[in-house]
Structure formats: C-alpha cells, structure tokens
Design a protein around this ligand. Structure first.
Ligand code: FCB
Length: 464
C-alpha cells in the first residue's frame, strides 16, 4: 500500500511525530540557479563556466546541459505557488552572477537584478522567507578566461558583485549565503576536474580554496555594508562524518586525512583563522609546492564572525588507506543502504556534524542549507508518484534535526534538497533529488509522496 492511498488513520499512525520547532524555526526547500533556471541566453545573461563545461563533449552524462533545466526562469510564479501549497516556509535559491554582471565586472545588467527582486518579493507575498546564495558554482566565463578562482582578483570581483546585489535586494532578503560548498568548487572543480571548470591540478585547487574563503570574508564585509543591521550572513559548508573502515592505526590515519581534506580545511580557517597544519604539511610534501596563497590579513577577514553557519549534509564517508597522492585515502565500500548516488544513508550523521560544530568550533545559529536524496523513481501514474525511499530519508533526517536541537544545537532552518528534480551537475538529469517530480519534456510538476509527507509534517508541527 502506498503512502497516498492509505486511509487517513493508517497514515497518521505510520507518520512520525514531528519535533517541536523552536520559535522562529522554518521548514524549507533549496535549489540553485544553474540547476533549475534555464533561459541561459535571456535578458542579457552572460556565459557561465557551467554553460561552457556542460557544452564540452564528455563532461556531463548524456550530454545534458542547463539550457532549459526546469524552465524556472519563466515558470517561477507557478513554482512559488507550488511551494506555498506544500507549506514551505523558507526557500533557498541562488543568484546567477552572470545574470547580474554578464562579464563578471563592469556593467550591471538590471534585468538580472529585477528577476531576483521579483522572485524574492513573490516569496514574501506568499509568506515564504527568501535565503539567497551568491555563489552556487556559476562563475562568469569571462572571469574564468582571466584565471578564475585561481586568481586572487576574482575574490575582489566577488565582493563587488555582493555589494551590488546586497544594495538591490537588501530590503527584501534578510538571509545571505556567500559561498556554497567551497570544497566542491576547489577540489572537484580544480583537482579532480569532474565539475566546472574541469581543471586537474592540486596546487591550483589549493589556491582556489583560499581565494574562495577569502571571497566569503570579503563578500560578508560588502554585504554588511550594504544591508540593514537585521540581515544575517553566513557560508554553506558540506560536512561529512568520516569513519575508518577498520579499527586500526592506518585506517584512523586515513580518516584523519580525509577529515582534514573535506571538513577541517574549511572549518578551521572560518572559525579559528588558520589552516590545519597537518594538512598544509601534507599538501606541501605531496605536491612539492608551497601553499603561499594566504597574504597578511587574509585569515582575519576569513575568520570574521558569521551570523550563522549553513550546513549541507548528505552522507558519512567510510575510508581506507590508498597509495594515491596527495591524500593517500580512498572511499571504502559503503555499509548498509545507499541512495541512487551510492551515498550511504545515515541520519545520525547529521546530528553528529552539528554536535561537532557546536562543541569543537562555535555554538552559533545553524541553517541546514541542504539535505536530501536521489533515487530511481518510478513513473507518475494518475498524478501520483510514490518515493518511499526518499520519504524515509526525509523522515529520518527530520528526526535527526529534532535530536540535534534537543542536544543543544541552535538550528534555525531546514532546507530539503531539492524542491524540484533538476540538473544534477555532471550527472545531468539522471539523478532525481526533487520532492517534486519534473517531466523534462512537458515541464509538468508532480509532488511526490515525499512532498506530501513533508507538507503534512510541517502542518502537524505547526498544530502541535
Ligand atoms: C550539493 C550541491 C547541490 C546538489 C546536491 C546534490 O553538493 O550543493 O547543488 O547538487 O549536492
């Protein structure tokens, strides 16, 4: 029996008791510009590194691109209505830098700003709080041509972009995220080359990581100067519990390194004003290149206080030693159920990373900026799509949010990734993360059972 055809009593009995949301808490959903908007040539938008990357043969599965995606640039009003019908209280979207500054700097494209202003106003009209991300990976290609994030100057350009957007949207958007997952941009984009701009060079990736963190600090300054005092600014990091596959010294060593690579390389600069020394040494030894991107004063800019930390959580990492430089760690076989991406499912990992931030770094307000799962969904039949695995993933992680709050984490928002099935980067349209199904031929939207579960969950959390 499916979640949608069960009797109301049976459904209520099967449904978990929602946690009690603390005052001000909001349940939300997240997306990103290149993954949903389409209309990549509309209204003066410039080319981004993801347009270039997706149009390069062999980079994205099936040759998929974001040219049309969910056609959200034209259908945003319906998408906002849809969100309102699902009781969504907070919406995290990203702003495409090449819509605002088509060549990365210079002339401002007012039509780009107007789009996001209308979007943010449309959210407010529907009682949904906007959360704007400035960088969700779509660097203007013109800046890439000048060296991209490997150039320090790009961080300065980013601060200028932040100032422009902050001045225009500051009256409508209160919550701001500078960078989304700098680990992905730096290392997947510049060491492994699986994401745009597709560079494979470790010393470059390390420079990039520093410039991304610097850009966060500079953009935060620029936003604060442009925004009202009530505005809040943070960064979104993807955090992973790292688990040694075996309980011996080599595996614990591998876990230390992986943790340094994915978590501490970003948490330490932001909260302690310094890169982890063990990782600096490892990188310098293994690459034979000095890590000399940081300049005097940078670490103070990077470690200036944040109003909140954005946390993206998907899965734990199970690791074992390997011979491959520079990290000498690799993924071990997952234990237990995995998602369509092959990511291990472990809701307790969310509680774990939040406890770590609170106890090892800072007890600051937390926004869960992303959490979700891709599965090979069946077809829509008579307007219904049952996605029991995604529903269970969502229910399990909502429970973990409640537990983290009970533990003492100051969680203010939860955003499910994602509102819509969308362009999943190098996986193209194959991996579906949406709680709402998108038919990419007709652009029809169909809330999956997980979306209806979430709607009812929010409803019950508000009534209890
Ligand atoms: C995160 C990205 C987001 C989406 C999810 C599945 O790393 O921030 O855009 O692709 O993964």
């Amino acid at each position: 029996m499916s979640a949608t055809d069960a009797t109301p009593a049976a459904r209520a009995a099967a449904e978990p008791q929602p946690f009690t949301p603390p005052p001000g808490f909001r349940f939300g959903a997240a997306t990103a510009a290149y993954q949903i908007e389409g209309s990549t040539l509309a209204d003066g938008r410039g080319e981004s590194i993801w347009d270039r990357f997706a149009h390069t043969p062999g980079m994205v599965l099936n040759g998929d691109t974001g040219d049309v995606a969910c056609d959200h640039y034209r259908r945003w009003r319906q998408d906002l209505d849809l969100m309102a019908s699902l009781q969504i209280e907070s919406y995290r979207f990203s702003i495409a830098w090449p819509r605002i500054l088509p060549t990365g700097n210079g002339t401002v494209n007012q039509r780009g700003l107007d789009f996001y202003k209308r979007l943010a106003e449309g959210l407010r009209e529907r009682g949904i709080e906007p959360v704007a991300t400035l960088y969700h990976w779509d660097l203007p290609q013109a800046l890439q041509n000048a060296g991209g994030w490997a150039q320090r100057d790009t961080a300065l350009r980013f601060a200028e972009y932040a100032r422009i957007v902050g001045a225009e949207l500051g009256g409508v958007v209160e919550s701001w995220i500078t960078q989304n997952e700098p680990w992905c941009t730096a290392f997947l984009g510049h060491a492994y080359g699986t994401k745009a701009p597709g560079i494979r060079d470790w010393p470059t990736a390390l420079r990039v990581s520093h410039h991304l963190l610097l850009s966060h600090g500079l953009a935060a300054q620029a936003l604060r100067a442009a925004l009202p005092d009530s505005a809040e600014v943070g960064i979104a990091l993807n955090l992973f519990p790292v688990v040694p596959a075996r309980d011996d010294e080599e595996h614990h060593e591998a876990a230390r390194i992986r943790d340094g690579y994915v978590n501490r390389w970003f948490l330490d600069p932001v909260f302690r004003g310094a890169y982890p020394e063990d990782m600096v040494q490892q990188y310098e030894r293994e690459t034979g290149t000095a890590f000399d991107a940081p300049q005097d004063g940078d670490m103070d800019i990077i470690s200036a206080p944040n109003d909140f930390l954005g946390v993206n959580y998907y899965n734990p990492m199970r690791v074992e030693p390997s011979d491959e430089a520079p990290l000498r760690v690799r993924d071990a076989t997952s234990v237990g159920p995995v998602t369509g991406m092959g990511w291990e499912i472990k809701p307790a990992g969310l509680r774990e990373v939040l406890a770590r931030v609170r106890t090892e770094y800072q007890d600051l307000p937390i926004m869960i900026t992303e959490n979700g799962s891709a599965f090979d969904d069946g077809a829509v039949v008579d307007g219904h799509l049952d996605d029991p695995q995604r529903l269970a993933y969502l229910a399990g992680h909502l429970e973990a949010v409640g537990q983290a709050i009970a533990d003492g984490s100051d969680v203010r928002r939860y955003h499910v990734w994602s509102l819509l099935d969308n362009f999943e980067w190098e996986e193209g349209y194959d991996q579906r993360f949406g709680i709402v199904h998108v038919d990419f031929d007709s652009q029809a939207r169909t809330p999956k059972a997980s979306a209806l579960f979430y709607r009812d969950y929010i409803d019950r959390a508000r009534k209890d």
